[in-house]
Design a protein around this ligand. Structure first.
Ligand code: ATP
Ligand code: MN
Length: 527
């Protein structure tokens, strides 16, 4: 059966391509083919092999004249030539063309139909298209005339030979090539499904601004009773976007990727991608209950009775689950909301320096957004095993093709237009840095989020931080006051001052990279 008239997919004609199989079929085939196992909670559990996190060092963007001037070229956006791209494409086509069965997902990214794009994922493994149908927005049934905007060729199980690697200009067995002009992604050598998800986010981060939409690495929820009380949670991996947006008092809009248009916010995706490590029913009941048949677990260890052992990080700390957003009780459908009243930046500061909560001026909002400080936590990227201080622009550097200041201006314009309040939460360490202090209790972080969102902090007096100038409320309902001043939680205040100065210096070294307005630069820390 012809698949489509799309040139990029024509080589599939005549092959067995299982397109948009029902979830039960995909799960059954994945199990039969030995791709994974059913867990006792109904989810499919798969192990992804050598890569259990993203591989940013192996990702390349095709450099073409049409996009060259838009891109912030460097370590994140590494160029490959059109020749190298075409070479890898032919390797991938040959490989996929030699597989007996292929799986295909046709669906969408973008809950707002005006800004959505059509996505096809062609994969060797059934579970990769199950992942896509769980995480993106599925279409009903099959449509032989479906013409994708974006095509992902997923050859995760293929490893490049040294000759092939040399021909495409990479040094290892892995290559993830993306072309914004051909609207194509080639995934080779890694079966970690987060690559599928994040390549479409990368595409949206390039394309949406051309339609006047600000693309954001954030989660979003809305008060069940008050549709105008919309909140965004920005943050790098492990800072709490998914965890804190799952809130029984609020309807989930999405846990990771959103666009902010002239009409409000919409989810880019149709599902969530939660961390499972140390997941408990008591701590995160909404996520726990969302894991069931149709969910995909990655790299979780199953006990002999097939119950997931979420405390077991022996495969990776970055164990994951994906589930459709409708598995979250009371999630907003479609995932479209109004303009945000609050924007909350999340940082997991492993130095234990930043206050657990601060209210930001509009200059500080731009400053902290552009710098995108956090500590990289174990697992989400290959090779990271303990927290490392990290600056990642716009709280999503690896997914941002354009320069950080470009996105920061979009944020500043929208905050000013809608009177959005901006906050910074440290969901990381308190009482000392990593190894000395401890991670801020989730219950306290949740109490701070609720205090922000219910307006309790609107008129509370604030104290400025002596070095960072951040304004911290003197009281927050449900949080012991002594925890609000980070210096007083350290047993050695002199050590705190040294750590604070060291962190401030890191900020100053980092902010020198950006062409900031004077007022924005001045809102940073004093060294
Ligand atoms: P990603 O971009 O990789 O999806 P994320 O920002 O969604 O990352 P979460 O999945 O929410 O991050 O991960 C936060 C992790 O930190 C969870 O495992 C959560 O249980 C844990 N955690 C511990 N203490 C806190 C806290 N005070 N606030 C938020 N999360 C916390
Ligand atoms: Mn998340």
């Amino acid at each position: 059966m012809p698949t489509t008239a799309d040139d990029r997919l024509i080589f599939l004609d005549g092959r067995t391509v299982h397109t948009n199989l029902p979830v039960a079929d995909l799960v059954e085939q994945a199990v039969q083919r030995g791709e994974g196992h059913l867990a006792a909670n109904g989810a499919l559990n798969v192990h992804t092999g050598s890569r259990s996190g993203r591989s940013p060092g192996d990702k390349y963007l095709e450099d073409t004249p049409g996009i060259h001037g838009n891109i912030d070229w460097g370590k994140v956006n590494q160029p490959c030539t059109p020749e190298q791209f075409s070479k890898l494409e032919s390797i991938v086509r040959e490989y996929l063309g030699s597989c007996d069965d292929l799986y295909r997902f046709d669906g969408f990214a973008g809950a707002d139909e005006r800004y959505r794009c059509r996505v096809s994922v062609v994969a060797k493994e059934a579970w990769h298209t199950l992942f896509a149908s769980t995480l993106f927005i599925p279409s009903e049934g099959t449509d032989p005339s479906f013409a994708p905007d974006w095509t992902i060729f997923d050859a995760g199980a293929l490893e490049l030979s040294p000759e092939q690697a040399a021909a495409v200009g990479v040094s290892g067995k892995i290559a993830i090539f993306q072309s914004l002009e051909r609207k194509m992604v080639l995934i080779v050598g890694t079966r970690y499904a987060g690559e599928i998800k994040k390549s479409i986010f990368y595409a949206m981060n390039h394309d949406l601004p051309d339609s006047g939409v600000f693309p954001m690495h954030c989660s979003c929820n809305v008060d069940r009773e008050d549709a105008e009380n919309v909140a965004l949670f920005f943050g790098l991996s492990g800072t709490g976007k998914t965890t804190l947006s799952a809130d029984p008092e609020r309807a989930l809009v999405g846990d990771d990727e959103h666009g902010w248009s002239a009409d409000g916010v919409f989810n880019v995706e149709g599902g969530c991608y939660a961390k499972c490590i140390r997941l408990s029913e008591e701590g995160e009941p909404e996520i726990w209950n969302a894991i069931r048949f149709g969910s995909v677990l990655e790299n979780v260890v199953l006990q002999p009775n097939r119950q997931p052992d979420y405390d077991d990080g022996s495969v990776t700390e970055n164990t994951r689950v994906t589930y459709p957003i409708r598995f979250m009780e009371g999630a907003l459908q479609p995932s479209v909301a109004g303009h945000p009243r609050h924007v909350i930046f999340l940082t997991a500061d492993a130095t234990g320096v930043l206050p657990p909560i601060s209210r930001l001026t509009s200059e500080q909002a731009q400053y902290y957004f552009v710098n995108g400080y956090t500590s990289k936590l174990a697992g989400t990227e290959a090779g990271v095993t303990e927290p490392v201080p990290n600056f990642s622009p716009c709280f999503g550097g690896p997914f941002m093709p354009r320069p950080p200041v470009f996105y920061a201006r979009m944020l500043a314009d929208r905050i000013a237009e809608h009177g959005t309040k901006v906050w910074l939460l440290n969901t990381g360490w308190s009482g000392g840095g990593y190894g000395v202090g401890s991670r801020f209790p989730l219950a306290h972080t949740r109490a701070m989020v609720h205090a922000i969102l219910d307006g309790s902090l609107d008129n509370v007096p604030c104290q400025p931080h002596p070095i960072f100038g951040l304004l911290t409320p003197e009281t927050v309902p449900g949080v012991p006051a002594e925890l609000l001043d980070p210096r007083s939680t350290w047993s050695d205040p002199v050590a705190y001052d040294q750590a604070a100065t060291a962190l401030a210096e890191k900020f100053r070294t980092n902010d020198a990279k950006f062409n900031l307005d004077d007022a924005v630069r001045a809102s940073g820390p004093t060294v």
